[in-house]
Design a protein around this ligand. Structure first.
Ligand code: DC
Length: 232
C-alpha cells in the first residue's frame, strides 16, 4: 500500500544486526524503494581491492581511492522478484561484495572522509523523491537528519556473529565462527570510533534490540512504527 505522503525511513545499526532484512521487508510491505548504503561502501572496497589500492595489512590508499571515485559507478538493479543486485560499473557484484575478503577490508575504506562525502551525496540524491527505506550507519544522523522515521537496531556481538556465520555457511563459505565474531567486533570498533560520522544513535531514533525477536515480530513492530508516523 502506497501512502499519500511518502516519507523517508532511516535504519541504522551495527554490522549484521539484521537491519538490511528489516529494511528490505518494510520497504516491500509499504511499497517503498529499499537502498542498502553498506553495499555502496562494499562496492568501492571491491574496486579498491581489485585495483591494488589496499595493502596486505588491509590499509587503504586513501588518495588513490578518492582519485578513482569518478571512475566508480554504483547502482542497483531491481529484479522482477524484487531482489536488488549491486552493480559496479555495470557488472553485477552482489555476491562478490558479501565475501569475507570485502567484509574484512570495508571499514577502513568507509572511514575515509572523501569516500563518505561522495557516497553521502549520492544517497541524498536517491532520497530526493522520498518513499525510501535506507539502511546503514549514518542515515539518521548525516544522510537524512530530517527522516520522518528513524530506527536504531542493536543486538549482541555474539548474536550478530552467529547470524552472519550461518549466512556464510549457507552460501558455502568455509569460515569459522571465531573469525566471523572477530570480524564483527573489529568492525564495530572501527565504525563507532572513526572521526568521520561514526555510528551512533540519532537522538530522535527509536531503538530496537532484535536479539530475541522473530522476523514476524520485527515486521509487525516496524509496521506499527510506520503507521504511527504516517497517521500523523
Ligand atoms: O552494513 P554493511 O555491513 O554492509 O556495511 C559495510 C561497511 O560499510 C561497514 O564497515 C560500515 C560501513 N558503512 C558506513 O560506514 N556507513 C553506511 N551508511 C553504511 C555502511
Amino acid at each position: 500500500m502506497q501512502h499519500n505522503k511518502p516519507i523517508i525511513i532511516a535504519i541504522d545499526g551495527y554490522s549484521s544486526s539484521g537491519k538490511s532484512t528489516m529494511a528490505r521487508r518494510l520497504a516491500a510491505a509499504v511499497g517503498y524503494r529499499y537502498i542498502d548504503s553498506g553495499a555502496m561502501y562494499r562496492a568501492v572496497t571491491l574496486y579498491a581491492l581489485d585495483h591494488g589500492m589496499i595493502d596486505s595489512e588491509g590499509q587503504p590508499d586513501a588518495d588513490a581511492i578518492i582519485g578513482a571515485l569518478p571512475s566508480i559507478k554504483i547502482d542497483f538493479d531491481v529484479r522482477p522478484d524484487g531482489t536488488q543486485h549491486t552493480m559496479l560499473n555495470g557488472v553485477d557484484v552482489e555476491t562478490e561484495i558479501r565475501r569475507l575478503r570485502v567484509s574484512d577490508a570495508v571499514s577502513p575504506v568507509a572511514a575515509i572522509a572523501g569516500v563518505r562525502h561522495a557516497l553521502v551525496a549520492m544517497q541524498k540524491e536517491m532520497g530526493c523523491s522520498r518513499g525510501i527505506v535506507m539502511d546503514g550507519r549514518d542515515i539518521g544522523t548525516v544522510v537524512f537528519p530530517d527522516a520522518e522515521l528513524k530506527i536504531f537496531v542493536d543486538a549482541s556481538a555474539e548474536t550478530r556473529a552467529q547470524r552472519r556465520f550461518k549466512e556464510l555457511v549457507d552460501k558455502g563459505s568455509a569460515v569459522s565462527y571465531e573469525d566471523v565474531l572477530a570480524n564483527v567486533v573489529h568492525r564495530d570498533h572501527i565504525d563507532t570510533t572513526r572521526a568521520e560520522s561514526p555510528l551512533r544513535r540519532a537522538e530522535d531514533a527509536i531503538a530496537i534490540d532484535n536479539s530475541h525477536m522473530t522476523l514476524e515480530q520485527q515486521d509487525a513492530w516496524l509496521l506499527e512504527r510506520f503507521n504511527e508516523v504516517t497517521a500523523r
